[in-house]
Design a protein. Structure first.
Length: 114
């Protein structure tokens, strides 16, 4: 595999991670159980500790203190992830993404075909 420059590798890692996060939120239960809510909250906090880019992880942890994960419903979780991604976009000088109808923008391809 060709060696990627640091900036390219960091950007690819970011794109993949955001894709996973937004797609997870688009499939998160509309009415989660207490256990599901705890699982999502823990997942996000563990991700912020273990994320391989140190600078990103540090910033993400600060963001989580200001904007704790919203786990009460699919819409709340999807909107939260979109808003937090926009905070990172803002910091990096990127465009702000339109969060309306965000779930439809992240299909998982896992709907059952009957
Ligand atoms: P990305 O920001 O990766 O977005 C990918 C695609 O998602 C976009 O093309 C667009 O279609 C869509 N999108 C954009 N905004 C949203 C949104 N708000 N909601 C839903 N979809 C959206 N990089 C750094 O250099 N410094 C950091 O501190 C840093 N922190 C990060 C923290 C986390 C938790 C993550 C996951 C990544 C971080 N990154 C950081 C990487 C950075 O956010 C980008 O992923 C990377 O720069 C590549 O950017 P991109 O322009 O390809 O689009």
């Amino acid at each position: 595999m060709a060696h990627l420059g640091n900036a390219t590798a960091k950007a690819e890692l970011g794109r993949s991670t955001w894709k996973l996060l937004h797609t997870m939120m688009s499939r998160y239960p509309e009415q989660p159980t207490a256990d599901e809510r705890t699982a999502l909250d823990q997942f996000i906090h563990l991700l912020s500790r273990l994320y391989p880019c140190g600078e990103c992880a540090e910033h993400f942890q600060k963001l989580l203190k200001l904007y704790p994960p919203q786990t009460s419903s699919r819409i709340a979780a999807s909107q939260w992830a979109c808003a937090v991604h926009n905070k990172v976009n803002e910091r990096l000088g990127k465009l702000i993404f339109d969060c309306s109808d965000i779930e439809a923008k992240y299909p998982c391809g896992c709907e059952s075909v009957e």
